[in-house]
Design a protein around this ligand. Structure first.
Ligand code: PSU
Ligand code: MN
Length: 301
């Protein structure tokens, strides 16, 4: 096993078998502007604590995998320039070469599993991009859900993606997609979509039991829990649609590709909505952190 550096709080939680919620760092470095990124990361950690669990924000700092960041480490990461965006393909190389990188959903799941953490909260997972039939751009997050046993709580897949194709691929990969408390899947900035949820669960205890049952059956992989953004924080899909179209067109004109696509789109949508997309994004991540804490608590019971 590679060495893992635990924050003081996470080390204590591990020693006492307290519930832990993993949190990713790409949302901090590539998903939100400074200073709202650091403020949000702190709020999300506080939400996990207030709900009775311990937050473990994950990143690679100077070649060392950190599970749980101290306050000063989080501050520095939130302001650092040129931080790598790490997924399954590049996390080991970053560690081996002494680099610093932020973990995406895929890389955070890998790290959480290495650290024995079963639940992880984020904003929205990556998925199948629009136009994937020619670009082949499908996030490594989807494959990770199929192989690593971590329950990921998100507000769905980001609405910049092709949502029907994203959920088709998840079904093909055998990933349980659970809507929390409603019949339809949420769509990140909007609480609902016109896609029926494959599974619905109304309690954290059921979600915890479902993951534990998969593991007991010897089934690989995690589950995606889609948690709708709170009603008062959502942005209507009809309102966002033209803005998403514009951002996508600009990305194409400017030749944005590979890892740069998602950060570019989120950044442009932030500008085009005059910050409202970020306000909604913050509300949904916090909401996901609270549900993830309840699931982590149910898992240790
Ligand atoms: N959730 C957010 N904002 C983000 C992300 C998630 O609210 O920026 C990040 C996650 O790290 C996710 C990544 O894994 O976006 C997807 O990137 P890509 O599409 O390149 O796989
Ligand atoms: Mn991609």
């Amino acid at each position: 096993m590679i060495p893992i550096h635990y924050s003081a709080e996470v080390a204590k939680a591990r020693a006492t078998n307290a519930p832990i919620v993993a949190l990713e760092s790409t949302i901090i470095t590539h998903g939100m502007p400074f200073p709202q990124n650091v403020e949000t990361a702190r709020l999300v950690e506080a939400d996990v604590r207030a709900a009775g669990a311990v937050p473990a924000t994950i990143a690679v700092l100077g070649g060392v995998l950190h599970v749980g960041l101290e306050a000063d480490e989080l501050d520095r990461l939130g302001q650092a320039q040129n931080v790598a965006k790490l997924s399954r393909a590049d996390m080991a190389a970053c560690i081996a070469t002494g680099g610093t990188g932020a973990t995406t959903v895929a890389a955070t799941m890998i790290a959480a599993h290495l650290a024995g953490i079963h639940v992880f909260a984020t904003g929205g997972i990556g998925g199948v991009h629009r136009g994937a039939e020619s670009s082949f751009d499908i996030s490594a997050d989807l494959q990770e859900l199929a192989q690593t046993p971590v329950t990921v709580v998100a507000a769905g897949a980001k609405a910049i993606l092709d949502l029907p194709k994203t959920f088709e691929v998840l079904e093909t990969l055998g990933v349980p997609v659970i809507a929390y408390g409603q019949d339809m899947l949420p769509a990140f900035w909007s609480a609902t979509s016109d896609i029926a949820a494959p599974l619905r669960m109304d309690t954290a205890a059921e979600i915890a039991r479902a993951q534990q049952t998969r593991t007991a059956m010897g089934l690989q992989g995690g589950q995606l829990v889609t948690n709708p953004i709170p009603q008062d924080a959502q942005i209507a899909a009809e309102e966002l649609q033209p803005i998403i179209e514009q951002a996508l067109q600009e990305a194409e004109c400017q030749g944005i590709s590979a890892k740069a696509v998602t950060p570019f789109l989120l950044g442009r949508i932030f500008e085009l909505t005059e910050g409202r997309s970020l306000t909604a994004n913050i509300a949904l991540v916090r909401n996901n952190a609270r549900l993830a804490a309840q699931i982590a608590i149910a898992m240790v019971k």
